[in-house]
Design a protein around this ligand. Structure first.
Ligand code: NZQ
Ligand code: ZN
Length: 392
C-alpha cells in the first residue's frame, strides 16, 4: 500500500429534513452574510430555496441570491458571482444544487479570496492560497463535489473545461437529504449513478496491487449503486435507494477510495473535452467513452479488469483466458449502462464529432502536448484520438 494523507474535513448532515438545519450550520461557521448560489430553477420550483432562506433568517443571517448555474458551469457566471459577492461583502457561499452549482460556488469562493483572475488557477498559472468558505445543500447524487477537493469550470471563450483542486475549497458542510433528489428526471439520476461508479473505477484501475481493503470498499459501493439504480428506474421515490446512492456518491469521491492507490482518471479527462465542446451531461459522456477506453487499455493489466468482471459483474473467472474474462466484464458493465438508458458510444450520446474535432479534443486533453493522462496506461494525443474514434 502506498503512503497517503487522508483529509476529509466536510461535516456531513444526512437524512430527511436536514436542510432545515442549514441556518445553524452556517452560524456555526461564524458567517454573517451568505451568497446563496443555485441552478436553473429546480430548487426554486421544489420550494427548497425558500426553506433554506427561512432557515438562514431564523438564525439572523443575511443573504443574497444568485441563480442560473448551468450544467457544465460557466466561467462568466463565476465572474458575476465574484463581483456580486464583493459588492455585498458576503463571507460564506451556500451552494443549493448539484455538482455544477457547488463547483461554481467553489470558484466564486476562490475568486473572492484571491482578487486576481480566477481562470489563472485552471490554467495552472498560479495556485490558490485560500477560499471563502462554501457549504452545500445537495440535490443530486453524482459529482461528489460536496466532499471533494475539485472544482470543474467551463470557459466559454474556447469552450475549455478544466478542473482545479485544492483542500481550501472543500465544503465546510454538506447537507444530504435523499428526499431532495426525488424530483430528478430519470436521465439525471442515471447520469449520476454512472458518475459515481466512474469515480470509483478511476481509482480502481490502478497499476498497484496491494489494495485489498480499498478494493473491497470500492467493489461494495459499485454493487450498491448498481443495485439501487435498478430500483430507482422503477421507483424514483424509494427513500432507501435514494439514500444509498446519495451516500455512495459522497464516499466515491471524498478521497477514501484513493488511499494507497495510484489513480487513473483518463475517462474523466476524455469526457471533460466532450462536455466542454458539446455540452453533454457529464455522466452520459463518461458512459459513452468508458468501454472504448477500457478496451484500449485492457492489455496493460487484464487481471484488474477480470477482477471487476468477477467480483462485481458476475462473470465467471476463466483462468486460462484472463483477458477473455476482462473483456466479458467490460461488456457486462456496458450492458448495465444500457439497462439504465445510458449511451455506450458517442452516436448514442448524440454527438458526431468530425475527425478535426477529435483531433482538437485530443490536443486540448493533453493541454497542447504538455501532459499525458491515465495511470494504468499513459495516453498521449494519438492514443486519446484513437479512443474517441473507437467510441464513435
Ligand atoms: O439547474 P437545475 O434546475 O437545478 O437542474 C439541474 C441540472 O439540469 C438538475 N437537477 C439537480 N438537482 C435536481 C435537478 N432537477 C430536479 N430535481 C433535483 N433535485 O440536474 C441537472 C444536472 O445538474 P448538475 O449539477 O450539472 O449535475 P452533477 O451533479 O452531475 O454535476 C455535473 C458537473 O460536475 C462536474 C462535471 O464535470 C459537471 O460539470 N464534476 C465535478 C466534480 C467535482 N467537483 O469533484 C467531479 C466530477 O467528476 C465532475 O467532473
Ligand atoms: Zn465525474
Amino acid at each position: 500500500m502506498k503512503q497517503f494523507t487522508y483529509y476529509t474535513p466536510t461535516k456531513v448532515v444526512f437524512g430527511k429534513d436536514t436542510e432545515l438545519q442549514v441556518g445553524k450550520l452556517v452560524k456555526e461557521q461564524g458567517a454573517k452574510k451568505v451568497l446563496i448560489h443555485y441552478g436553473g430553477g429546480s430548487a426554486v420550483r421544489s420550494g427548497l430555496l425558500d426553506r433554506v432562506r427561512k432557515s438562514l433568517e431564523e438564525e439572523g443571517i443575511e443573504s443574497v441570491c444568485l441563480g442560473g448555474v448551468k450544467p457544465n458551469p460557466r466561467l462568466s457566471l463565476v465572474r458575476e458571482g465574484i463581483a456580486l459577492g464583493k459588492k455585498e461583502q458576503v463571507d460564506f457561499i451556500l451552494a443549493v444544487g448539484g455538482g455544477s452549482v457547488i463547483d461554481s460556488s467553489k470558484a466564486i469562493g476562490y475568486g473572492l479570496y484571491d482578487g486576481g483572475d480566477i481562470w489563472d488557477f485552471y490554467l495552472r498559472k498560479r495556485t490558490a492560497s485560500g477560499c471563502v468558505p462554501v457549504g452545500a445543500v445537495l440535490t443530486i447524487a453524482a459529482a461528489g463535489s460536496e466532499m471533494s477537493q475539485s472544482c470543474v469550470i467551463t470557459n466559454e471563450d474556447g469552450w475549455i473545461k478544466r478542473g482545479y483542486s485544492s483542500n481550501y475549497a472543500r465544503c465546510r458542510f454538506a447537507v444530504l437529504n435523499p428526499e431532495l433528489t426525488y424530483t430528478l428526471p430519470w436521465y439525471q439520476t442515471a447520469c449520476g449513478c454512472v458518475d459515481i461508479i466512474m469515480h470509483i473505477m478511476e481509482r480502481y484501475f490502478t497499476p498497484d496491487s496491494d489494495t485489498m481493503l480499498t478494493d473491497g470498499m470500492s467493489e461494495q459501493i459499485i454493487r450498491t449503486v448498481m443495485y439501487n439504480a435498478r430500483i430507482l428506474k422503477k421507483d424514483p421515490e424509494n427513500y432507501n435507494a435514494r439514500a444509498q446512492v446519495m451516500w455512495a456518491g459522497s464516499l466515491a469521491h471524498n478521497g477514501l477510495l484513493s488511499c494507497g492507490v495510484q489513480e487513473d482518471w483518463a475517462s474523466h479527462q476524455l469526457e471533460h473535452e466532450l462536455s466542454g465542446l458539446f455540452d453533454v451531461a457529464h455522466g452520459a459522456g463518461l458512459a459513452a467513452v468508458w468501454g472504448s477506453w477500457a478496451r484500449y487499455v485492457v492489455d496493460a493489466k487484464p487481471e484488474r479488469f477480470a477482477q471487476l468482471a468477477v467480483n462485481i459483474l458476475g462473470v465467471p473467472m476463466n483462468f486460462s483466458d484472463v483477458k477473455g474474462t476482462a473483456l466479458a466484464g467490460i461488456e457486462a458493465m456496458e450492458r448495465f449502462f444500457m439497462e439504465i438508458d445510458m449511451p455506450v458510444n458517442l452516436h448514442e450520446l448524440g454527438v458526431e464529432p468530425t475527425q478535426e474535432q477529435i483531433q482538437i479534443m485530443a490536443r486540448k486533453c493533453t493541454f497542447n502536448g504538455e501532459r499525458t493522462v491515465g495511470g494504468i496506461r499513459k495516453l498521449g494525443e494519438t492514443e486519446i484520438a484513437e479512443i474517441y474514434r473507437m467510441a464513435l
